[in-house]
Design a protein around this ligand. Structure first.
Ligand code: GLC
Length: 439
């Protein structure tokens, strides 16, 4: 009886919490594409962002000299936001402060920021965020917990640690107060929809006072989204650069990805993925029900390199054409059924197949779908395409193999998307079938 009462009390609480989580995460789950922006001092010399001095490739002193080259003279926040909108992304995440401690906004404390300590002499964060909001894009703020330049932070470089928290607890408190005040400052100025933390690996949850940080972020803003780089205390996982091979276990996740091999602008790094390759990764994320956070790296003058602009525009063209298969979609069907990425509409009555390479007979194979297929059309131009079922025996449950024909004149340069309209929610054949007992 006691157990029954307990279940009676606990289950509704659990379901309620789950509903709250789902409604809070809905915009994020539906968004599918976000743009990451790494903009900071490191773009001046084109060196690895913050890590270059941490790892001892350059002295801290020389690293800081880059403040003289951080001019933002060509910076056009309106054009940035417009370009992001054009790419089809629904949100952007910008580095308000990387591990080097350089703040892009006019930080209240004035410790180390673009206004007081760089050639730009201006707040370069506020106008961008204003323009994101104007474009109806969700606002994400990246914030590095470690600040290797700040004198009361424990780590300075790989070799130099300033102190141990156990030896100087008061000094650590000064740091905690500094970073949490910066968060309050950012929160009151921008009220972001999402916080993207980084660098949690240098301390544990207790040392960072993650509880206090969460409290201050959720105060009056219970629906704000946090990534999980708060020693795991966030809403979604952030696999980095390697596109997942297997579907991640986390319910919500976002792959962050560089276009070349660097987060920040490095002239020398021309190892860009092609639009096709980026779409290969993006469609894989869609297939597994996750998001892609694609990085751009503006130069120190604030201009965005043409190659990055072109990738965003190309992706934007493709996204616009195939919007119904992308935004708000659910993860697709296993690759045993269709040998490529796929998604499902929210009601699971339309299956979208992403076709990259066209087979030599021009026919796409779909197996094991038990539903009746009402119609198959090409997304973005509406052409209805013929399909034929083979190996279907009328008295057997086995659904046969569909061969879908793709006329050559309907092909997209990257992925052609087929919408397979079903007579109900998708049902996949999962039986093992053996001998045919009657003919
Ligand atoms: C890593 C790197 C950092 C980069 C981030 C982006 O944590 O330390 O430099 O900004 O990934 O995901």
């Amino acid at each position: 009886m006691k157990r029954f009462i307990l279940i009676f009390l606990v289950v509704p609480l659990f379901l309620n919490a789950q509903n709250n989580e789902e409604s809070k995460m809905q915009w994020f789950k539906d968004a599918k594409l976000g743009i990451f922006i790494h903009w900071g001092l490191y773009a001046v010399d084109g060196i690895s962002e913050s890590w270059s001095f941490y790892n001892g490739y350059i002295s801290h002193e020389d690293y800081l000299k880059q403040t003289n080259g951080f001019t933002a003279s060509e910076y056009n926040p309106k054009a940035w936001a417009k370009l992001i909108k054009e790419s089809g992304a629904k949100y952007a995440v910008i580095t308000s402060k990387h591990h080097d401690g350089f703040a892009l906004w006019d930080s209240k404390d004035g410790v180390f920021n673009a206004v007081k300590h760089s050639a730009a002499k201006k707040d370069v964060l506020s106008p961008f965020i204003k323009n994101l909001k104007k474009q109806d894009l969700k606002v994400g703020v990246y914030y590095s917990l470690p600040d290797w330049s700040y004198n009361d932070y424990t780590h300075h470089t790989k070799e130099i640690k300033r102190y141990k928290i156990s030896d100087e607890p008061e000094r650590w408190k000064t740091f905690l107060n500094y970073y949490q005040s910066q968060l309050k400052d950012l929160k009151s100025k921008y009220d972001p929809d999402l916080w993207w933390f980084d660098g949690d690996w240098e301390h544990n949850a207790e040392e960072w006072d993650i509880e206090g940080t969460r409290e201050l972020l959720f105060k009056d803003r219970p629906n704000v989204i946090l990534n999980s780089r708060l020693c795991g205390n966030g809403d979604y996982a952030t696999p980095e650069n390697g596109p997942p091979v297997l579907k991640p276990h986390a319910k919500y996740w976002e792959l962050c990805l560089t276009m070349n091999d660097s987060w920040g602008y490095q002239e020398i790094d021309q190892n860009y993925k092609s639009t096709q390759q980026i779409l290969d990764i993006f469609t894989d994320c869609l297939h597994m029900g996750g998001n892609l956070l694609l990085d751009i790296a503006p130069k120190a003058d604030g201009s965005i390199p043409d190659i990055q602009k072109n990738i965003l525009k190309e992706i934007g063209r493709w996204n616009k054409k195939h919007a119904e298969a992308i935004y708000g979609s659910e993860a697709g069907i296993p690759k045993e059924y269709f040998n490529g990425p796929s998604t499902l509409s929210k009601d699971k009555r339309t299956l979208y197949l992403f076709v990259r390479d066209i087979p030599k007979d021009g026919k796409i194979i779909l197996k094991g779908v038990k539903n009746k297929i009402n119609r198959i059309y090409i997304v973005g131009n509406g052409t209805v395409v013929p399909s034929k079922v083979y190996s279907k025996i009328y008295w057997s449950q086995y659904p046969g193999i569909h061969y879908i024909e793709l006329p050559k004149n309907t092909l997209d340069q990257y992925y052609t998307v087929l919408a397979v309209m079903l007579d109900g929610e998708i049902e996949l054949y999962r039986d093992h079938h053996g001998a045919v007992e009657s003919n």
